[in-house]
Write a protein that binds this ligand. Structure first.
Ligand code: UN1
Length: 508
């Protein structure tokens, strides 16, 4: 592991707080990163004190004054080079992601690929941050809108996509002319340090001012500092709904903006007109991929009664073939949960399912002995439930799949929508009427709605995020960049008189 750390540029384990190339020595206690793969300690990073946090903010404010004046395509050129640096580091960074977070190597590389993709997307966008022009009601007047950067963007990211989700935010924020301060998850501090090193080298080579990329490692207090800080106009936060509510309330108190990507409770409707073979692949990957720790993980299956017995039997068989073990071994399908707290939440949920009347089709449990030394490996399980069970309404970040039956499509859609969260949703059907109904205004209420694709694995080109308790934010593709800018409406009078709008006369 030392080699991976070295190949990602991490030399000293004391690093934790940085304004870019400079690492600030801070007196905060360390956070130790343990790998859920084998339970071994990887390294310890220093957490930031409030005083050092302030140093990073002040440096970011200074850097913003210069960075905002760079032409956007020039900022895009720097992001293009970050994309190249990520290509060069894809293997080492992907391995570190897999080892520190516990996702499979393939998914670790896939995560770095998402970063490369968002860099490419941001480069193109850097020439397209366009506004509209409108016709003025007054003669010899021109009216248009333009978009300007907003300043410092605080980014709070989660352990499950420790680097990609930061990059969706940072790459867009940077080409828009903002500067960023990143608070990574305390469960995955090393991947953040590695990213900071990669970015700092590109920034230094391009004479980007120190402070455009700040990094603050630490616990939930850092999230509080960012949320309360009026110097930070936008806080983008990814994580649990509980955390998002705190961030939203704190940022709203000072009328700042927040961009939230929170919990999901994603369902797939399996229609009687589904292509069962492809549906099965979509369901199994969606439910057990990343050990059920994606916000887009498939948590609920709503299956037509006519194929319920057959589909669940196939599913149980497929679960029987899953290989659980080290995510660094490409033969395995399911790796560990992130830590012992996650294992406890999984076990608690299993007890609650039983208490509330659920029946297990595939039993869960913790795997012990042999290669399962970390204590974080659990069995993906399937339970028959009612959608109204309190536990089913709740997101547990683990490979627990709920199955339920429907008779009419309208009821299936109502069940799919009848949860507090609204991130991702899918329907498996070859019936065009059902597919279009699902996508219509009477259909799915989620931010993401797929047909014949599972709920996870969204591409960066679309806007990513969801409704209700998912928080309402949209990140990455489409016009998500607008969240990182302020809109200005400009009206220019090039005539010799000053007519007032709405026909008002004011003669002196
Ligand atoms: C997340 O889990 O926070 O759509 C992000 C997906 C990935 C991103 C997930 N592209 O599953």
């Amino acid at each position: 592991m030392k080699n991976i750390l070295k190949s990602t540029g991490i030399e000293s384990h004391n690093e934790g707080t940085s304004t870019g190339s400079n690492w600030i020595k801070t007196d905060g206690p360390g956070i130790t990163s343990w790998s859920p793969v084998d339970g071994k300690e990887i390294a310890t990073v220093q957490t930031s004190t409030k005083e050092n946090y302030d140093k990073v903010v002040v440096k970011a404010q200074e850097a913003y004054l210069e960075w905002r004046s760079w032409p956007a395509p020039k900022r895009g050129e720097v992001v293009r080079q970050i994309g190249d640096a990520l290509r060069a580091n894809k293997e080492s960074l992907g391995k570190l992601v897999a080892y520190e977070m516990g996702k499979s190597l393939q998914e670790g590389y896939g995560e770095v690929q998402e970063m490369i993709d968002i860099c490419d997307f941001a480069v193109g966008l850097s020439r397209q941050l366009h506004g509209l022009t409108m016709h003025s009601e007054r003669p010899l007047h021109r009216m248009y809108e333009q978009w300007h950067p907003i300043g410092i963007v605080g980014i709070i990211s989660a352990f499950n996509f420790p680097v990609a989700v930061w990059s969706w935010n940072a790459m867009l924020a940077w080409i828009c002319g903002n500067v960023c301060i990143w608070k990574p998850s305390e469960k995955t501090p090393l991947t953040a340090v590695a990213c900071q090193k990669i970015v700092a080298a590109v920034f230094a080579a391009n004479h980007v001012p120190e402070g455009v990329s700040g990094l603050i490692n630490g616990g939930r207090e850092v999230g509080e500092w960012l949320s309360k800080d009026a110097r930070i106009p936008l806080v983008s936060a990814t994580g649990s709904t509980r955390m998002g509510k705190l961030v939203a309330a704190t940022v709203a108190e000072r009328l700042g903006r927040s961009l939230l990507e929170l919990g999901g409770n994603n369902a797939i409707i399996i229609s009687s007109a589904a292509d069962v073979d492809t549906a099965l692949i979509g369901v199994v990957f969606g439910a057990v991929g990343t050990a059920g720790q994606r916000c887009t993980t498939t948590r609920r299956l709503i299956i037509h009664e006519s194929i319920y017995a057959d589909f669940t039997a196939k599913l149980v068989k497929a679960y029987g073939q899953l290989r659980i073990g080290s995510p660094l071994d490409e033969k395995n399908h399911v790796g560990p949960l992130i830590d012992s707290d996650a294992v406890k939440a999984y076990m608690d949920t299993i007890s609650k399912i039983k208490e509330q009347g659920g029946q297990f089709l595939v039993n869960g449990g913790i795997l012990e002995g042999g290669e399962y030394t970390s204590g974080c490996y659990v069995k993906p399980c399937i339970a028959e439930v009612q959608n109204s069970f309190p536990i089913v309404q709740h997101e547990t970040f683990a490979p627990i799949l709920y199955v339920m039956k429907y008779t009419e499509m309208a009821d299936a859609i109502a069940m799919q929508n009848d949860v507090p969260q609204g991130l991702s949703s899918s329907i498996m059907t070859l019936n065009m009427r059902e597919a279009e109904l699902f996508l219509s205004a009477q259909g799915s209420d989620c931010g993401i709605a797929n047909v014949n694709i599972g709920t996870s694995g969204a591409e960066i080109g679309g806007a990513f995020g969801g409704e209700k308790e998912t928080g309402g934010g949209r990140e990455s593709g489409s016009d998500a960049w607008k969240a990182y800018m302020r809109r200005q409406t400009c009206t220019i009078n090039y005539g010799a008189v000053l007519p007032l709008a709405q026909g008002i006369r004011f003669d002196l």
